[in-house]
Write a protein that binds this ligand. Structure first.
Ligand SMILES: Cc1cc2nc3c(=O)[nH]c(=O)nc-3n(C[C@H](O)[C@H](O)[C@H](O)COP(=O)(O)OP(=O)(O)OC[C@H]3O[C@@H](n4cnc5c(N)ncnc54)[C@H](O)[C@@H]3O)c2cc1C
Length: 387
């Protein structure tokens, strides 16, 4: 399966090789330990920064690599090779959802104080939108920011926040006016300080990542930390979603590719009834179907990516890519697990002959929920398609 497909150029493919080498050498060997410890070290961020991998799409003037979203797209795919969805998620939250709004909507001062150290891996970011009472229905959020002299005082709670325990700053959606619906939402960059507390959540997959509930109790946030326009936060949320969903689609394509390759190899090696599993038509056909699914997901995702990079507003294509890939990825993981038989049900470390397919299957279950669920994707498509 060739991956040097347009829109990627030779330069992007070189980046792919170097990012893959770094990930396989420096991160993947630790995946099992980080999963067991339910935490990957913060030191991973400066390590990535030293390779230029935290600022691929950001201008050189801020310490970035001066690349574009295609460079970032390469990394999104390659992060599947860490073999720990949680580690990829923590890194991804920093580069794909927490820092882009600062780059796009931030003041020069905010870029210097947050984006520059984030690209260096010195500050870690999180994006705080979801609340106990407001997930898909973002407009229902109730964390309040009351105007005071020189800034705001924030009270409320966010939940399911990736990097929620370790983040130094949280790009936080708050209500700044009593107006209902999409109006009166603003974004504040909240430093971890007095009044900010977090508690880590236990979950089905993504074990190495710190998904947390964050409480804000009378937290003072200075005026200069308002991100974007006052009461204009909904626009920022929508702008952010397109790249987040594309990044998730790319991540799924990467994870599916790795799982397929390893499962095909397993099917060639493992014998049953006097021949390799791949010699049995049922398994061979299943692998052929799975390869077709990987290819389809790749094509749909790359089409959305091409349009996004060309400056179109590909809401329909990005939404379709997110919807298609997340469910397809989970289903493929289940099929790959089945082909591994009992070994597929074992943890990767307890059975050296296996790929940690059980972890990949658990990690993949988040896709149809996070970043806008399958049902919300269908609602968006319903609107776009005029239904
Ligand atoms: C591991 C993990 C990491 C996350 N990281 C972050 C993060 O970093 N930052 C952040 O802000 N959020 C994060 N989230 C939150 C995530 O975006 C939400 O979980 C998601 O948007 C769904 O919201 P909810 O969980 O409140 O479900 P709900 O909105 O309560 O939905 C419950 C179910 O009802 C369905 N549903 C809702 N509305 C409709 C409708 N109109 N029609 C049909 N069905 C509907 C949903 O699809 C879902 O199946 C994370 C979540 C997880 C699990």
């Amino acid at each position: 399966m060739s991956i040097s497909t347009p829109p990627f150029s030779e330069e992007h493919e070189q980046l792919r090789q170097s990012a893959r080498g770094f990930i396989e050498r420096e991160l993947a060997p630790h995946a099992q330990q980080w999963e067991d410890e339910r935490w990957f070290p913060d030191a991973v961020f400066p390590k990535l920064a030293a390779q230029g991998l935290l600022g691929l799409k950001y201008p050189e003037s801020y310490g970035g690599q001066g690349g574009d979203y295609l460079h970032e797209a390469v990394l999104c795919e390659e992060m599947a090779r860490i073999g720990s969805g949680g580690t990829a998620a923590g890194i991804g939250a920093h580069i794909n959802i927490a820092t882009p709004p600062i780059w796009k909507f931030g003041t020069e001062d905010q870029k210097q104080r947050y984006l520059v150290p984030a690209i260096r891996g010195e500050l870690i970011g999180a994006l705080g939108i979801t609340e106990p009472g407001a997930g898909s229905d973002v407009a229902a959020l109730s964390t309040r920011a009351e105007r005071v002299d020189g800034g705001w005082v924030v009270n409320g709670e966010k939940t399911y926040i990736t990097n929620g325990e370790r983040a130094h700053f949280i790009v936080t959606a708050v209500k700044t006016s009593a107006e209902g619906g999409h109006h009166g939402i603003s974004f504040l960059i909240v430093d971890r300080c007095d009044g900010v507390s977090s508690s880590k959540l236990d979950k089905l997959g993504w074990h190495a990542s710190d998904t947390a509930t964050i409480s804000f109790q009378d937290v003072f946030v200075a005026e200069e930390n308002l991100l974007g326009e006052l009461d204009g936060g909904f626009k920022l949320i929508m702008a952010n979603f397109q790249w987040e969903r594309l990044a998730m689609a790319l991540g799924a394509v990467g994870a599916m590719t790795v799982a397929w390759e390893r499962t095909a190899e397993f099917a060639r090696q493992r014998n049953a009834f006097g021949r390799p599993l791949s010699g049995h038509q049922a398994i061979r056909h299943k692998l052929a179907d799975l390869a077709t699914s990987v290819y389809t997901c790749r094509c749909v995702t790359y089409d959305a990516l091409r349009r996004f990079v060309a400056g179109e507003d590909p809401l329909r294509e990005v939404t379709m890519a997110k919807l298609l890939t997340q469910r397809a990825c989970f289903e493929l993981m289940d099929d790959c697990l089945q082909i591994h038989g009992g070994a597929g049900y074992m943890r990767g470390d307890s059975s050296p002959q296996t790929h940690p397919i059980e972890r990949a299957a658990r990690d993949a279950r988040l896709g149809p929920i996070g970043g806008g669920s399958d049902e919300i994707m269908r609602e968006i498509l319903g609107r776009v398609l005029g239904l």
